[in-house]
Design a protein around this ligand. Structure first.
Ligand SMILES: Cc1cc2nc3c(=O)[nH]c(=O)nc-3n(C[C@H](O)[C@H](O)[C@H](O)COP(=O)(O)OP(=O)(O)OC[C@H]3O[C@@H](n4cnc5c(N)ncnc54)[C@H](O)[C@@H]3O)c2cc1C
Length: 432
């Protein structure tokens, strides 16, 4: 098949959240601009909008922004964002004496950085499918099919390299039927605004889960709906603090992925099992006493609006017109019970699903390390079979081989630079 060189991109990115934004910055700063385009289905930059609650804080230091760890002199840093906002903003932030800005402020910083790449991003565009384009020696290029959300029109672009950073997929437990009153926590803000707009009503909210999202949703509901009843069902005994103590936090030093990648899979899995509280399962240390205080005040005032149900596992949920019903299995007594609420909010986490649905058509060309996981090289590209020339890089999917930083913000600038370096080594440089 003859393809005009001018129609071929060096890089197509799927998603323009922080991960691919960090790559756009790394490309810009590398001096090796590539002919690239990024597609994101959102209408504009928004970092987890459904969970953007006033007052919720970042779980990492602002120094772990899009660039500072790698290039503290960069104009894309959080501190430069502050300096550019107004004459006194930087000085006043410094005077706050915190490493942890609010998520709302960090989202505004990300949006400011994203805006500087508007010429590269097609917002409101879904990536539907990726297929191989054959040449003389096998698959030479990738065809990426996208749909414009505004008019439904589909089109395709050709590329030598693909960079996926679509984020995690909200995890919905088995036998849970999503509906108006049963929804994943990632949609909390929209759902509350749509269906629970009476802030003084005595709604009953049932939260499922014990991680950071559950804690954030709890605090948001408690602050916004003073008369609401909030029940929380957790599988274990208690929410546990995130472990970001100094020695443990060395899991996020820039050299860690190199070392981790060299270990055998059994040993890597042991580290992931042993140190989960450093990444996924823990709640910010300072938030736990605040939540406990809410429970204590509820108890001492005799309101009885809050309750925590331990060792309960969600085994099903559905909603009908005027209520949501959740069924729980009690791990201690082996009984089941039902909770009827105005809404069941699933703070049940995210999964990085593999094989990636958009890559389904390329299955035979991509190597799997296990049936659930691609073989991902140190440079974040999926290993492919002979005769498959394009490279497909993943961000967020390689925790099993590269470590905890994969799904977190900490090492994004380093990962982005490694991907850009690999791209530059293998792609002829063209102008942006
Ligand atoms: C509420 C919340 C708070 C977090 N806070 C922290 C924190 O404080 N510290 C930390 O280290 N980590 C945090 N994390 C974890 C992690 O840092 C974030 O999930 C981060 O957003 C990951 O960035 P990303 O760009 O890989 O994915 P995302 O931010 O999820 O962005 C993915 C983008 O891809 C787009 N997309 C997906 N599929 C397609 C498609 N087919 N076509 C077009 N576009 C598509 C989406 O619209 C989205 O904009 C948090 C996670 C959550 C959920």
């Amino acid at each position: 098949m003859h393809v005009n060189e001018r129609d071929i991109h060096d890089l197509v990115g799927i998603g323009f959240g922080p991960s691919n934004l960090a790559v756009a910055i790394a490309l810009e700063e590398s001096g090796h601009p590539l002919r690239s385009v990024f597609f994101d289905r959102k209408p504009g930059f928004a970092w987890h909008p459904g969970l953007m609650f006033a007052g919720a804080e970042m779980q990492v230091s602002f120094t772990k922004d899009l660039i500072t760890m790698r290039n503290p002199r960069s104009r894309f840093s959080f501190l430069n964002y502050l300096a550019e906002q107004s004459p006194d903003r930087l000085a006043k932030f410094i005077n706050l004496r915190t490493f942890y800005p609010t998520r709302v402020e960090f989202n505004a910083y990300y949006a400011w950085a994203a805006q500087q790449f508007d010429d590269l991003v097609r917002w409101g565009t879904d990536v539907l499918d990726v297929s191989g384009v054959p040449g003389e020696d096998g698959i030479e290029l990738l065809r990426v099919t996208v749909r414009d959300r505004a008019d439904g029109a589909t089109r395709s672009v050709l590329t030598r390299n693909l960079l996926l950073a679509p984020g995690g997929t909200p995890h919905v437990p088995e036998d849970t039927a999503l509906g108006d009153r049963v929804f994943h926590a990632s949609e909390t803000r929209e759902r509350l605004e749509e269906s629970f707009d009476d802030l003084s009503a005595p709604y009953h909210f049932n939260i499922v889960g014990s991680g950071q999202t559950s804690a954030d949703v709890f605090m948001h509901l408690r602050r916004s709906y003073p008369n609401a009843r909030i029940t929380t069902n957790i599988r274990g005994f208690a929410m546990r603090p995130e472990d970001d103590t100094h020695f443990v936090n060395e899991l996020f030093l820039p050299e860690f992925p190199d070392w981790f990648h060299r270990q055998d899979s059994e040993f890597r899995q042991k580290i992931i099992d042993d140190y989960g509280l450093a990444a996924h399962t823990g709640v910010s240390y300072d938030l736990i006493p605040q939540i406990y205080r809410e429970y204590y005040e509820d108890l001492s005032s005799g309101c009885g609006a809050l309750s925590l149900h331990r060792f309960t596992e969600l085994v099903g949920a559905y909603s009908d017109a005027d209520r949501a019903v959740a069924t729980y299995f009690h791990l201690d007594s082996a009984e089941t019970s039902k909770v009827e609420a105005d809404a069941v909010i699933l703070a049940t986490g995210y999964r990085y699903q593999m094989p990636v649905p958009a890559l389904a058509g390329l299955g035979a060309h991509l190597r799997m390390e296990t049936p659930e996981r691609y073989a991902i090289r140190r440079d974040y590209a999926i290993e492919s079979v002979e005769g498959f020339a394009p490279r497909i890089f993943l961000q967020g999917f390689a925790e099993a081989t590269h470590g905890f930083s994969e799904v977190l913000l900490s090492l994004m600038p380093m990962r982005a630079a490694e991907i850009v370096q690999s791209l530059a080594e293998n792609t002829s440089v063209e102008s942006r």
